[in-house]
Design a binder for this molecule. Structure first.
Ligand SMILES: CC(C)(COP(=O)(O)OP(=O)(O)OC[C@H]1O[C@@H](n2cnc3c(N)ncnc32)[C@H](O)[C@@H]1OP(=O)(O)O)[C@@H](O)C(=O)NCCC(=O)NCCS
Length: 293
């Protein structure tokens, strides 16, 4: 079968990345697969590229994925990227394709889901209502309120030592513009970003945060984004407290929401303990693969 790989123009340029795209089509011009290569442009990640590759199920095992991969890898090299990251579900065709094409597994993320109908409400209330001396909870929808913006941006460094195993995820430097841009991007997708934070009562600064993204219609599953507690505030139960508050608010505000999804590196014991204690049950694993160029 003769396959043509055509580079496309992706008009979307984000504040910290842009994408290259390719379409694979057969002799009759029918699309059979696509590849997207995200090129990060912010300092700390300018050496990274992230790949999304897809071949129509009936066209697989005919070398189309490899042709698309070759195009993407050539572009990554040309752009002087040091590595290409890609994700695939454990046991899936992608999970077999990537190692066959030279990628090595660098990170295992376990996804877990909390079915909201089955939440033990009394236990949740107890966690949320229990005082955590020296701290108070605050929360908001959408963009961080101005009076918390500076310390919220500063609290993002809580993610810097998150276990990422061998994956090269670079470093992200957060400032107020960046946290506002993330909130804007979620809103532009029609989704609702809900943030719960633990505030250090001694100076009003943010000690930790947890973020949840809910589909715009309030149905289906919400997705937890980051949860982080600054190193100097760890060991006080703030992670569990904030996440429990986030679950409680999601239930109250979105009665039709089915569940909450969270993904955690297998080696991140503290976060896995919190999720287990709150009733999240594992659903599947996503593997991150890396190709060093
Ligand atoms: C992964 C994917 C893009 C592969 O596309 P493809 O056109 O089937 O890939 P190729 O035909 O070029 O396969 C190249 C090699 O990868 C390996 N491979 C690919 N699919 C495989 C499978 N299902 N089982 C075992 N090995 C597989 C084989 O070694 C294969 O060579 P061979 O056919 O000569 O044995 C395709 O299965 C897909 O779209 N999956 C869903 C999305 C995804 O997981 N993308 C990857 C992460 S971004």
């Amino acid at each position: 079968m003769s396959i043509r790989v055509t580079p496309l123009t992706d008009p979307h340029h984000g504040p910290s990345s842009h994408r290259l795209a390719w379409l694979a089509s057969d002799a009759a011009g029918v699309p059979v697969g696509s590849a997207f290569l995200r090129l990060f442009t912010d300092a700390g990640r300018a050496h990274l590229a992230e790949l999304e590759l897809r071949v129509h199920p009936v066209e697989r095992r005919r070398g189309i994925g490899s042709r698309l991969l070759d195009a993407a890898v050539a572009a990554a090299r040309e752009d002087r990227r040091r590595c290409v990251l890609a994700q695939a579900e454990a046991g899936s065709p992608g999970g077999r394709f990537l190692p066959a094409r030279g990628f090595r597994k660098v990170l295992t993320l376990t996804f877990a889901r909390l079915p909201l109908a089955g939440v033990d409400v009394a236990a949740l209330e107890k966690i949320v209502e229990r005082p955590h001396p020296g701290y108070r909870l605050a929360s908001w929808y959408g963009t961080v309120p101005d009076d918390l913006a500076r310390t919220f941006a500063a609290s993002r460094r809580a993610m810097d030592d998150m276990p990422m195993d061998d994956a090269d995820h670079g470093t992200v430097t957060w400032d107020v513009d960046r946290v506002r841009a993330v909130a804007r991007a979620v809103a532009e997708r029609g989704e609702l970003l809900h943030t719960v934070v633990a505030v250090d009562a001694s100076d009003g600064s943010i000690a930790g945060f947890t973020e949840l993204v809910v589909p715009g219609d309030g149905r289906g599953d919400g997705l937890h984004y980051g949860t982080g507690v600054l190193p100097e505030h760890r060991g006080h139960g703030l992670g569990r407290w904030m996440k429990a508050a986030s679950i409680r608010q999601a239930r109250a505000r979105h009665p039709e929401l089915g569940g909450l999804l969270t993904d955690t590196a297998d080696t991140n014991r503290p976060m896995r303990n919190i999720n287990d204690a709150l009733g999240y049950a594992p659903t599947h694993q996503e593997l991150t693969y890396q190709l060093d160029l």
